[in-house]
Design a binder for this molecule. Structure first.
Ligand code: ATP
Ligand code: MG
Length: 393
């Protein structure tokens, strides 16, 4: 079946001279996603409007789901196209549209008209009035409400005439590829997948790094991270997931440093290794799922110590979020059920009973001096252990 959709996009529209860059990035993402799902498509980008024509055996809802889950799309509407701009053709088109889209007509409506073809012989208010009359005659259950209608029925007169009324909300944000790539520190928890989603939603491609600690963490824990990356990739496109063996570094820290500082020092080493991998892979920043005060390693002072370990920018999109806000998003993006599976992550094994909550950077750095001469080789080995799992999205 052939269908045509009108896309709405908000922020891209205000990007001035660069607008076409963002529009092209959006068209490219939609094309890729439809192609991946073997849905034949043609994308028309003209005068501030993007239309997507598709032809597929799949139901229309499959196509709208793909389009609405593309970053940059604020809304998608299936439209009916009327080729002729004669009033009789438009009138018949509106009636047909209503028959195709609705079976129950107990609702109120208001017709809205937008005319970019200024040569069109009817004024907008006239189109609205005439169409309104026709609809009331054809569908006696309908009522007009010009102030607060249940449904707007849009008639847009451009090169052709486009009719639509159902507006499906998209996930908004900016199209992927408009803000480079960043490296997500992805654990098996609830927070980091949400953090990755939020940054990708600003147009950033994502790669990810997971620190595992066999035999203290199981293959199931690693598989959980692969599953989370796979779920994320439905939005973010391909993710290269770097799995780093962190066991020896953790053991070394455990043996040489005060136990109440373990988590902070470990976190600092994660940041350093993640940064090295990020640089090698053309990433501009790191991303973590940290949020102020959530746990001991995320108090304001702990975050200051962790932050000092990185020299590249660290994006922490959840920094001011309550846990419940994060859980709500993880449910929306379908990572929650995987995140709450009970497999241990590498940090829970070595956590101290009473971790420091007010670490001071100079003291932490002093403790880290105990590692000198031992950690360097382990650091290189950890970097060399990098197993890249390509997640196609
Ligand atoms: P999450 O739910 O994302 O696991 P969390 O509340 O459990 O977060 P922490 O364990 O303190 O928080 O981790 C803080 C951040 O550090 C995580 O959001 C993640 O970005 C990163 N991180 C923690 N453990 C790992 C790991 N094993 N591999 C990669 N990144 C990690
Ligand atoms: Mg965690």
């Amino acid at each position: 079946m052939k269908s045509i959709f009108l896309l709405k996009y908000a922020e891209i529209g205000i990007k001035g001279k660069n607008r076409h860059v963002f529009e092209e990035a959006l068209c490219k993402q939609i094309r890729n996603r439809l192609n991946k799902n073997k849905i034949s498509n043609k994308i028309i980008n003209e005068r501030g409007r993007i239309y997507v024509e598709t032809e597929t055996e799949e139901p229309v809802s499959t196509v709208t789901d793909i389009i609405k889950n593309t970053f940059g799309v604020t809304a998608v509407c299936e439209v009916k196209v009327v080729e002729s701009k004669e009033w009789e053709a438009i009138r018949d088109g509106v009636v047909e549209y209503m028959k195709e889209q609705y079976s129950d007509y107990h609702f109120s409506f208001k017709v809205k008209c937008r005319r970019s073809d200024k040569n069109f012989k009817m004024e907008s208010p006239e189109v609205c009035m005439e169409a309104g009359h026709v609809l009331l005659e054809e569908f006696p259950d309908l009522t007009v409400d010009v102030h607060n209608p249940d449904t707007f029925i849009w008639i847009e007169v451009r090169d052709k005439v486009y009719i639509y009324s159902k507006v499906i909300k998209g996930i908004a944000g900016m199209p992927l590829g408009t803000n480079g790539k960043s490296m997500l520190l992805l654990s098996g928890g609830i927070d980091s997948p949400v953090a990755g989603y939020m940054i990708a939603r600003r147009g950033v491609y994502i790669d990810a790094v997971y620190f595992h600690a066999p035999p203290y963490t199981s293959d199931r824990a690693k598989q959980k991270v692969v599953d989370l990356a796979t779920k994320l990739s439905k939005y973010t496109g391909m993710i290269n997931l770097h799995v780093i063996n962190f066991t020896d570094i953790q053991m070394c820290i455990y043996e040489e440093c005060p136990h109440d500082e373990l988590t902070i020092i470990m976190r600092r080493y994660m940041m350093k290794i993640a940064e090295d991998i990020a640089k090698k892979n053309d990433c501009l920043a790191l991303i973590t799922g940290e949020s102020i005060g959530q746990v001991a390693s995320q108090t304001a002072m702990s975050l200051a110590c962790t932050d000092a370990a990185a020299t590249m920018p660290v994006y922490r999109p959840l920094i001011g979020f309550d846990k419940q806000d994060i859980i709500d998003i993880s449910k929306d993006i379908d990572t929650y059920e995987t995140s709450i599976l009970p497999y241990e992550d590498c940090c829970t094994i070595f956590v101290a009973k009473h971790p420091v909550t007010k670490p001071v950077l100079s003291a932490i750095e002093k403790s880290e001096e105990n590692l000198v001469g031992k950690i360097e080789k382990l650091y290189e080995e950890a970097l060399a252990s990098d197993e890249v799992i390509r997640i196609h999205g």
